[in-house]
Design a protein. Sequence first.
Length: 286
Amino acid sequence: MRILILLLCFKAFDQALSKAWLPPPQNIHFDSWQLTWTNATKDTNVSYTVEYKSSNIDWEVVPACDHITVNSCNVSFMKASAEHGCAMLRVQAERHGLTSIPVEACSIHGDTCIPEPHLTTRPGSMTIHLSRNHSLAVDYADHAKHMVYFGREGQPLEEYKAASSSVTINDLEEGQRYCVKVEYIVYYEPKGLASCVQCELIPVADSKHTAKIIAGVVAILVLVVVVPITAYILIFHSKKIKQCLGPPYEMPEVLEQFHEQYITLMPSSPSDEPCNVITSITSTAQ
């Protein structure tokens, strides 16, 4: 009896351990109404079940993809059954009555219900480029937004922001990789599949590039200061500038032939001594 109890306990423990370690499917991608994934184990006794969810209904099994052993499933039925053809999809593995955790699908390519973000990075920041012009915005206006999930590579992504257009995230650590995924939301409820996770490296600032930026800023400041001052001088002090730049004054040759003794100094006051005005100068032959 004790042996039978031990065997039953061992079997229950083994099943629990197997369930805990049953790996879920990987790389679940949606493209042109075809869902594909890869095995996480070499065990050939694993089957897969695909589920979908549209609007606020619970997860339902895709009839054509219930306990299948292949690694793909055609889900084109969602065109008619789901609103706007928008639905979330997930896949879970099964083996001997045990199930793995379900993993949601994503899409690399954008579609009616799938956003297609583009990432650009600069030192310290990342921009997620999103378009306002999509079919859900036509039907739901500003109630249709993009939910951005963000985090460091290797860490779980967290909700960052619900936005109608592009988003820029600042104060990021240079030399680190950050990841993003985006999904549409309507009235803050998920609508359709999310984009697959994209990761980008935040570049390190180039010292030469920084020096060029600083030099450019200094040059602009110098121009802002120098140009107005130069214009002021040219406009209001042009006469003085001409005097400074003009040729030095030279005594005419006609006056140079007279000796200094013929030059009478002017008195300090015109009333002290009368003087006559020289009207002409003639030379006397020696």
